[in-house]
Design a protein around this ligand. Sequence first.
Ligand SMILES: O=C(O)CCC(=O)C(=O)O
Ligand SMILES: [Fe+2]
Length: 440
Amino acid sequence: MSSAGRERSADLLPKQRAAQRLWLPRAWRRAQNAKKAARPELDNVGWSVHGLAYIVDMEPLATRYPDNIGRIDGRVVSHAEFAERYEWPRKPTIITGLIDNWRASHKWDFDRLERKYRNQLFKCGEDDSGCSVKLKMKYYMTYMFKNYDDSPLCIFDGSFGERHKTKRLLDDYVVPPYFQDDLFSYVSSKRRPPYRWFVMGPARSGTGIHIDPLGTSAWNGLVKGRKKWVLIPPNVPKALLKPPSEISKYHPDEAITWFLNVYPKLHLETNKVPFYECVQHPGEIMFVPSGWWHVVINLDNTIAVTQNFCSLNNLEYVWRKTKRSRPKMFRQWIEQLRSHRPDAVRVLDRLQFNEESGREHSSSSNESSSSSSSSDSDSSSSDSDSESDSDENVGHGLNKNESQSKKSPTAPRDPVVTRKRRGDCSHDESECLCKLHRSP
Ligand SMILES: O=C(O)CCC(=O)C(=O)O
Ligand SMILES: [Fe+2]
């Protein structure tokens, strides 16, 4: 049966109707098993405990608030200009004009994907012991099109590019030219952290508030549907961004909880927490710079691909995070960079020098005392806390951020702060939302 049982029964021939009667319960059982494994805490109450599918209209999220994020045409803006205007100053933006040329723009529709990958397993969660929870594409599609869950299961598959039967998806998109130089490609494949994900999910699913892991930046190319994004500068304390615990008993870390409870407050207090927000449309690529908080909710059934990377422009942040949380990988990686990338060596030498000369101590006193970032290992933070140590080019407001001086991507940053912070995410695998814990 095609199209994941999406046809109305009245349109079906009797034979097809019989097939659907058998098919739906099986697909449903498989999805129930996956849901049970991925979120056992919902076993007693069910996945639609708040009835959000019936009471939340997603359209106001799409239309009520104006986009305040800039867009650039990826066919017109050169790599050097992108680095200078966005990557180096860590300014989020949406890139248009590149996805039209991807094969995915015509190959990744729901029916075609279902036909081509119908029996392939895709990861849509993790169980208590950190093992992947997977569903065949055909079952996931049925679930996606028919669910009424508050915060539905979402495919977030970080190993599609490694599996024989799904790696063909790699041929359907092109890493945007701005992001092709990934210094993590010098990490051995055994140790390299997951870095690319195939993402598919229905309305109300999404990704709760987090910072991407290891100081990496990310791009997220949307092929189908719409995603609503909010991006908040690195220096904003986590405490201002978390849903109140009494409200979010069942779905504390889910994007929908954030949009229903925290987002309206941010709008009332825009002077307290500056942020970007926008609706990403099909064909658009979001650029998320290192350290930025972000939260994403799907407004429709969506298909996207996202990759994280380390470039010369965010090496400083990645260096700091990786050194601390992946020491073995770090040593091996730096060795490789030193032998193959003289351009990176200049940056590494400066970081090393600053660390050894103790510069990090001189600036740690600048830390905002209001920061709560240092105090916990919040499950909703992907890679630690907010970056409150004032080393950022990012100002306290977006306007300041926008008017940052334009430095050349290779100009030295000073001072480089490598102060150790308390409470970096302990990466408790059972809780953390970060991409590392969505590993294959
Ligand atoms: O749900 C999404 O598409 C956003 C994904 C995201 O932020 C991430 O993968 O780190
Ligand atoms: Fe992210």
